[in-house]
Design a binder for this molecule. Structure first.
Ligand code: R2B
Ligand code: URA
Length: 309
């Protein structure tokens, strides 16, 4: 059964301010954010998080710790950034660092992992009474017809059929949510890229899949049920639908932020051109530099917004 909730989402989306979309929360005496090891009774969330304006999320815990250290330096904040404190250290599911008005968090790989994290993150922002927050996903991806190292700022997050929607199964029914991202933030990010050296950046659509191997048309997984020609035909159709990169979290990220009235952008670097192959063959130092590119771009955006440059 396909239940189309796009109309419903659009109504929710009309509201300008950020809001959780669950009336049950009001009636709860306590809310335990289990996967963060935080709670409304055990922690003073408004005091800990009330001044957050920018939330940056990415798959890897190590990379998001490095981003916390980098943004600390870029914002010229006092104190040492040698060992930032992981606010979620009591759990090893996700890591979380707060650097002035910036929250840097990991979300793991794939839609289920980021979706659990987003439920708790959005509730955290709600409980902390945060206002005017922008969320960024800083990630890696496979490029579609782009040179490796290109940064893609997503115009839309698309599903495997190249449609801007996210399917969620709720009580045994499929619910569809729209995955449009904030056009204004994307345009500003593209402008930022022009002000920085060595940051080839495009705006394009991003396809989100539930698998890295067969799900992204790779020929090199433990299973492969299609030919090289069929792979290329699928990638070509993706390219024609405006897809410029493929990753594994953007649709649910876009959909959940949109329903809650949160501005969101997806900024992923491409590690390879999928028309040329499937394996990621660049040396480790090259990959590290590529993965810094979304961080450099978003840090520049944040500095501009804070009028530091
Ligand atoms: C990009 O990289 C990861 C897979 O290698 C996945 O989390 C994603 O979206
Ligand atoms: N992440 C993905 O999901 N796909 C790639 O090809 C590279 C990184």
């Amino acid at each position: 059964i396909l239940l189309n909730c796009l109309g419903n989402d659009r109504k929710e989306y009309m509201e300008e301010t950020f809001h959780v979309n669950n009336p049950n929360l009001d009636g709860m005496e306590e809310d335990i954010l289990y996967h963060f090891s935080l709670g409304t009774k055990t922690h003073n969330l408004p005091e800990m998080f009330g001044d957050i304006k920018f939330v940056c999320v990415g798959g890897s815990a190590k990379r998001m710790k490095a981003f916390a250290q980098y943004i600390h330096t870029e914002l010229n904040l006092p104190g040492s950034n040698d060992e930032p404190k992981d606010i979620c250290e009591a759990t090893d599911r996700y890591c979380m660092y707060k650097v002035g008005p910036v929250l840097s968090m990991s979300h793991g790989m794939g839609v289920p992992s980021i979706s659990i994290m987003l439920h708790e993150l959005i509730k955290l922002l709600h409980h902390a009474h945060c206002r005017d927050v922008v969320l960024f996903r800083l990630g890696t991806s496979g490029g579609v017809g782009l040179a490796p190292g290109t940064v893609v700022v997503s115009e839309k997050a698309l599903d495997y059929n190249f449609l801007p929607q996210f399917e969620q199964v709720v009580l045994g029914k499929v619910i569809m949510r729209s995955t449009e991202l904030d056009a204004g933030v994307s345009r500003e990010l593209l402008q930022c890229s022009k002000e920085l050296p060595n940051l080839p950046t495009v705006i394009g659509n991003t396809m989100c899949t539930n698998d890295f191997y067969e799900g992204q048309g790779r020929l090199d997984g433990a299973l492969c049920s299609f030919s090289h020609a069929e792979k290329l035909e699928y990638l070509q159709r993706a390219y024609e639908a405006g897809v410029r990169n493929i990753e594994m979290e953007s649709t649910v990220f876009a959909a959940m932020c949109r329903v809650c009235g949160l501005k969101a952008a997806v900024v992923c670097v491409t590690l390879l051109n999928r028309f040329d192959g499937d394996q990621i063959t660049s040396p480790a130092d090259v990959l590290v530099e590529y993965q810094q590119r979304p961080q450099v771009l978003v840090a520049h955006y944040i500095k501009k917004r804070l009028a530091l440059i």
